[in-house]
Write a protein of this length. Sequence first.
Length: 631
Amino acid sequence: MGKILSTVDEEIGRLTAFLIQEQKQDGSWHFCFENGIVIDAYVIILFRILNVQNEPIIRKLHDRILDGQQQGGFWALYPDEEEGSLSASVEAYYGLLYSGYSVVTDEPIRRAKHYIRSKGGLGKVTSILTKAILAATGQRKWPLSISSIPLEVLLFPNYFPINFFEFSGYSRVHLTPMLIMADRRFSINTAHAPDLSDLMDPRLDVDDEPVSRGYQEMQDDIQIGLSRLLGTPRYIHEAASTKAEQFLLQRIESDGTLYSYASSTILMILALLAMNYDQQHPIITHAIQGITAMQCRSEGKTTMQNSPSTVWDTALIAYALQDAGITDEHVSIRRAGSYLLSRQQHKIADWSIHNRNTVPGGWGFSESNTINPDVDDTSAALRAIQSLSSTSSTYQESWNRGLNWVLSMQNKDGGWPAFEKNTNKEMLTWLAIDGAKSAAIDPSEADLTGRTLEYLGNFAGLDARHEFIKRGRKWLIQHQEKDGSWYGRWGVCYIYGTWAALTGLRATGLPASHEALQKGAEWLLSIQNLDGGWGESCQSDRLMRYVPLVESTPSQTAWALDALIAVQQQATPAVDQGILRLITSLHEDDWKSTYPTGAGLPGNFYSHYHSYRYIWPLLTLSHYRKKYEGS
């Protein structure tokens, strides 16, 4: 034990020194939030359409995309996606050709073309974003899943069975520009645009999408809603068009982006063109500047982040440093606290539609985000500033507002959502859109509920004597899988959810002997790799069951260990072996250390947080030292 603790101490010292050194002057940390090649490809296409004169970045994005091609000619969303991703491969192929730095006779392009055609071509693409970009740039018809939703849906009042604000905020800011473009059958092209018609199987009708019975029921409800709108069809349609345009314009952040997402901003620019905005309109040029600023350079490569993770990383790192023993008097913690204080949100925004009469007080994910706070970022920021709140009335007021906001966001079922409460209408998941179940609604999730309970228990000192804690614990226990695990929405996946659930339940006073905690711990031990670590494939996210990665990743190993440390009173050989494996992994640089363990949209979007290999191991090592140092 003594030897392990000395190794742990040494690693904690190394990690804390590195992180303090990496802090920016304003108190923030800037680590890359890497999202595959999708945004890179979209940016190339958009820049070429608008004739944006930024050749260096187009070339760098082209080179990164090309470098990601696999032996079989495809692009994958994660290293072990053995048959590749058709949508990602189409995006890469299109972006490479549109850049002008690749041509159809190049060997990599020929291999990509062969792969795409072998998978059924453009007609078999499932990603709604890919379909929308292809349609907006004249490469296919607008899909029925979008064109069959009338723009008038934006006019439906909140008491209608289907109304626009029952969709999640994420889906609204992507769906609105799509609906605008589909309504106008918009497409734009350039003289140098690639022709992808040879990737379309003529036997497939791209509008022939499978429609479920539930989807038809939703369409029936939409027709009922339309019949209740007052006015001539032309007047109603014009009002809906104006409402859609205003919806976009009112949600542009100060950096020019829509809701601080690159993906929705790209769609917004195309939608503005569909509404006859000039390509040089200030809103469009400002949006281009905002997207361009989202680039990240790492290890000689440039990529476009969908939304930089600055606030998230800063909150987590400041908290991890304090947990590792850095006091709140340290200049690093003071700077981080000041930065986080400046990023707390003060605006009434979309989140308040289902959460009325609550004072704003949340935090968002990225630096430019001022209107889209979320529960996870807020509890992370509150962990980071808690010690400062005991010595400063300014921080105390901030902490109180944040705590109040988190509590107000609890869903009526007892769990916590990400962005907006009580937006869990099953009908919206019937949309004929891949990933609609995850994108269209924002239900309670085990990771969000567990993380919130962990904060409320360990940092706010609350337990089951409070009804909201009791309800949150009950929701978690009821949503445990039969094998003892929990599914996590925003991380990969069952390891992530189980870690959040176990630490949350323990923090709020559930005894370690409780059946739910024992089952969860037993499940984690049952999937431990032979090397002592843990690893889970992104496939779990699509298949909705645990799929082992076989190899171990730093963040997933840290999550599993942290959960076991929370439940087990004594250090066990399995935990000790895991700790040693974790420390070893922090000195390795290979695909396991860059494996994406952040989840965005199942089957479509996964993230590699460059910060995760430092944050979660540091927290886990600190918790190991605190709990087992005297044993």
